[in-house]
Ligand binder design. Structure first.
Ligand code: PMP
Length: 428
């Protein structure tokens, strides 16, 4: 059984053969790798080939695949029953742990995807302010709720109309979009909102259109103008929450969101996400308040227990500091080696997230500054890396993640493979 044979069948069962678009390899061409199993820093495909994994399920697996402590807890959870649809102690334990660590998460509600978390947080923001409009930034991705699929990143990154079809005009009209890294555009958007701005939603470290770390002064400006406009600051930490640091990007940049959205790492690789924030805002949520939001499988006990095991293990191992140091060492050594074989390559990094891209004169902070040649170059680079046993995200605009399972020997092998891949991928 090969990936090709399975993919030929898959395209007859699902749109594009996949259940989430980027998995189809449209960004890099070729046939998707069908993974049969995974362990630590590696995935193994159905033909038995093994790859070092820098995609890590697009971010959740901060301890690597099948971490033994998380696996044991998930197995225990299954032994106890995998969904009750009632109150249980496991979501309480995870919520108390998070609230104990993150001062701006005064109350939390668990949901099953980042999309749900963001959609629900914005509903709260609209209810709290009595306003309708939301300001987002170009290239930021906040899940696939209608109002946020406008000039978005992730699977929409690099497409000419980075906006989905099927969105009603009335919904589109509620979303204002401003470029990143530009103070004046925020003022203009707030002005255009005409006093009807409910929220500003932001990835503090945009990571869905390549990795585009922002100037701290710009982040502060966004937060300040948002407050002045009487809108709520909604921070989308679906990628950065419990990834960048214990307190996420908000902690690193000194931002204090009114509402915050988590996903990915919070569930340790199970379908868990959450939204939370100021107690007065979260008290608007049903059953105590008028904002309805519910979920059959919300706070699923397997995910709750795996999530808590993951976070505890990260905290006990000083995991965020360790990963930051390890990723810095890896990227600092990799960048000059890449540049030696392909002078226009460089590596952007934030904590344990990195992205290999073509050098520009200024640090990249906006999607429209990404060199046009990046896409084609990445497609070649991706396949050359794959041939050498490294699985990168199958899109030029998705970022790479490290886990604690990516130890020095693994990273040494990965660096050699990436340099060899860059050597043969050409610069243009
Ligand atoms: N927000 C951000 C910043 C994300 O990166 C993503 C997913 N990559 C989402 C929201 C949506 O999360 P999900 O795919 O779990 O719906």
């Amino acid at each position: 059984m090969t990936s090709q044979e399975l993919f030929d069948r898959a395209v007859r069962t699902a749109p594009g053969g996949v259940h989430s678009p980027v998995r189809a390899f449209h960004g890099v061409g070729g046939t998707p790798v069908f993974v049969a199993s995974a362990s630590g820093a590696h995935i193994t495909d159905v033909s038995g080939s093994r790859y070092i994994d820098f995609c890590l399920s697009f971010g959740p697996l901060i301890l690597g695949h099948r971490d033994p402590v998380v696996a044991a807890e998930a197995h225990r959870a299954i032994d106890d029953g995998w969904t009750y649809g009632t109150c249980e102690p496991y979501s309480l334990a995870l919520a108390e742990w998070i609230i104990g660590q993150v001062p701006w998460a005064e109350r939390l509600r668990f949901v099953s995807s980042g999309t749900e978390a963001v959609m629900s947080a914005l509903r709260v923001a609209r209810a709290a302010t009595g306003r309708s409009r939301v300001l987002k930034f170009e290239g930021c991705y906040h899940g696939h709720a209608d109002s946020l699929l406008v000039r978005a990143g992730s699977g929409l990154a690099g497409r000419s109309a980075a906006t989905s079809a099927g969105l009603p005009d009335a919904v589109l009209g509620q979303t204002l979009v401003a470029p990143l890294d530009t103070e004046g555009a925020i003022d203009a958007a707030i002005e255009a909102a005409g006093g009807d701005l409910a929220a500003v939603i932001l990835e503090a470290v945009p990571a869905n259109f390549g990795l585009l770390p922002q100037r701290p002064a710009w982040l502060e400006y966004v937060a300040a103008r948002c407050r002045e406009a009487g809108a709520l600051l909604v921070l989308d930490e679906v990628i950065t929450g419990f990834r960048s640091a214990m307190r996420g990007a908000a902690g690193l940049y000194g931002l204090r969101p009114d509402l915050v959205c988590y996903g990915k790492v919070i569930g340790g690789g199970f379908p868990v996400a959450a939204y939370g924030g100021r107690a007065d805002l979260m008290s608007l949520v049903a059953p105590v308040g008028p904002v309805y939001q519910a979920g059959t499988l919300s706070a699923n006990p397997v995910g709750m227990r795996a999530g808590l095991a993951t976070l505890r293990r990260m905290a006990d191992a000083d995991g965020w500091h360790e990963l930051d140091t390890r990723t810095a060492r890896f990227c600092d050594a990799l960048a000059p080696r890449l540049a030696a074989v392909a002078p226009d390559l460089t590596v952007a990094r934030h904590a344990s997230i990195f992205w290999i891209h073509q050098r520009t004169s200024d640090p990249l902070r906006r999607p429209d500054a990404i060199p046009a040649a990046h896409h084609e170059w990445y497609a070649r680079f991706f396949h050359r890396a794959l041939e050498r046993g490294v699985y990168l995200p199958p899109s030029p605009y998705e970022v790479c993640f490290l886990s604690l399972a990516h130890d020095e020997p693994v990273l040494g092998d990965a660096a050699d493979a990436l340099v060899a891949a860059a050597e043969t991928a050409g610069h243009r």
